[in-house]
Design a protein around this ligand. Structure first.
Ligand code: FES
Ligand SMILES: [Fe+2]
Length: 336
């Protein structure tokens, strides 16, 4: 059934850092198409290793630079008439013309590469990055395994997925933890830290695990689990278009025993996280957003979380989508 109104009263594309690829998706000399923020983009790595994320459509006659475009040294060559763009998006050469028109350039995005991922900064108002994602030593540490990747496309909104973290009651009733966990949450600007303890049934009996999750806005989070083994998961969610988000999980485990034991533990960990995500998915894809929610004792700090969320929407955009959704202006007390 076609939806007659938007599902969420907030902007579709929040402010923040969002993963657009894994580092290994784009080797030197490669270009790949990227869909994110409702836009067609192209990501390429020059021969010397410099990464660039550009608007995908060539200003000449509109070819998509990520479909058939080839890297030549430090430039990306359009597949249609071979105009060459440098990593800043400037056209630097047209093989059959003496002069390059002034307007021959494509928009270039602010990106960074760390922790095995490539992140792009997005802001509806075009403001520059206002926070950083930390570099984690585990990704370079021999005591930790190689990384494993998993990706899903889910019909929901970043904020809905992020809310999962503080919604402790669903851990028991949807995911089957033995206890109803308590969560302590600390907000520091765009960062939200949550610590909790869960009791899980495993083949080795009941295991109490500590979960420490840190969200850097809606796009990127670091989740550390300890219990049987130490594991680390980066969870990244990027809005693709009006309907879908791409979810990318990057896993690594602290080595113990031999290589095959570590791999076995890694696989079991991934299977468990995958099981949980697949339980969440039908809820996310079909739920509506209730504001304010009808909370009771035992629910997690959902209100506090939603307060934190507002910073990721430029005020004017938030007011606009609120009014389109509810048919009335945003109450003054609810801004920013
Ligand atoms: S469309 Fe790109 S060079 Fe013509
Ligand atoms: Fe969940």
């Amino acid at each position: 059934m076609a939806e007659s109104r938007p599902r969420f009263p907030f902007p579709r594309y929040p402010t923040g850092w969002f993963q657009v690829a894994w580092s290994s998706d784009v080797e030197p000399g490669q270009a790949i198409p990227v869909e994110a923020f409702g836009q067609a983009l192209v990501l390429f790595r020059s021969a010397s290793g410099e990464l660039s994320l550009l608007h995908a459509h060539c200003p000449h006659m509109g070819a998509h630079l990520g479909h058939g475009g080839e890297v030549d040294g430090e430039t990306l060559v359009c597949p249609f008439h071979a105009w060459k763009f440098d990593t800043s998006g400037e056209c630097v050469e047209i093989p059959y013309a003496d002069k390059v028109p002034k307007k021959a350039k494509v928009a270039c995005w602010t990106i960074q590469e760390k922790n095995d991922v490539i992140l792009a900064w997005h802001d509806l108002e075009g403001r520059p990055p206002s926070w950083e994602i930390p570099t984690l030593p585990e990704f370079e540490d021999d005591e930790w395994s190689e990384t494993w990747h998993r990706k899903w496309r889910i019909k929901t909104h970043n904020q809905e997925m992020a809310e999962n973290m503080v919604d402790v009651a669903h851990f028991k009733y949807l995911h089957g933890t033995k206890n109803l966990p308590e969560a302590s949450v600390v907000r520091e600007g765009p960062v939200l830290k949550m610590e909790t303890q869960t009791v899980m049934e495993t083949p080795a009996g009941e295991v109490t695990g500590d979960l420490s999750a840190t969200a850097y806005g809606f796009g990127y989070s670091i989740n550390r689990f300890s219990g049987l083994v130490e594991t680390l998961l980066s969870g990244a969610v990027v809005p693709v278009d009006e309907e879908y988000c791409d979810v990318r999980f990057t896993f690594l485990v602290k080595k113990f025993g031999g290589h095959s034991i570590t791999r076995g533990v890694g696989k079991a960990f991934i299977a468990e996280i995958q099981r949980q995500l697949e339980q969440d998915t039908p809820v996310w894809e079909n739920k509506v957003y209730i504001d304010p929610p009808l909370l009771c004792s035992g629910d997690g700090p959902v209100g506090l979380f939603r307060q934190w969320c507002k910073q990721f929407y430029p005020e004017a955009e938030y007011a606009k989508t609120y009014e389109a959704f509810y048919g009335k202006p945003l109450p003054k007390a609810q801004t920013g």
